[in-house]
Design a protein around this ligand. Structure first.
Ligand SMILES: [Zn+2]
Length: 123
């Protein structure tokens, strides 16, 4: 299982915990921590959110950590595969996050086959 378990839910206010739906998979599955401070991933699809950040107003947390142009791409991947992506930050040891390593690999393979969906990031 995840390095830090599934305890990230405790960081979300009780009010938010009951109502928050992931913006990618639409589930209320809760969160698991990544290696980045205050960042966690949806337990169902692995989309990263910032749960704790003193610089972000509390009412804007959990804050989706996906660039807007990538949101439709992730939604399409989720709709087609229902596969965990594990897109949170892994900065120390990938072996601690086997689900994320596998999820990111499968997502990248899918992107290779759908390269027309990759947003143009040259601005
Ligand atoms: Zn999700």
């Amino acid at each position: 299982m995840q390095k830090y378990g599934y305890l990230a839910n405790e960081a979300v206010s009780s009010q938010t915990k009951d109502t928050f739906r992931c913006q990618i998979c639409g589930e209320r599955a809760g969160f698991n921590w990544s290696d980045y401070s205050g960042e966690a991933m949806c337990n169902r699809c692995g989309t990263p959110y910032q749960l704790i950040d003193r610089k972000i107003p509390k009412e804007e947390l959990p804050n989706l950590k996906i660039k807007p142009e990538w949101i439709p791409v992730l939604k399409q991947y989720w709709d087609e595969t229902h596969s965990y992506m594990g897109l949170g930050t892994i900065s120390i040891c990938p072996a601690d996050y086997p689900e994320c390593v596998k999820g990111q690999r499968l997502f990248n393979e899918w992107l290779d086959e759908h390269s027309e969906l990759i947003p143009n990031e040259e601005a």
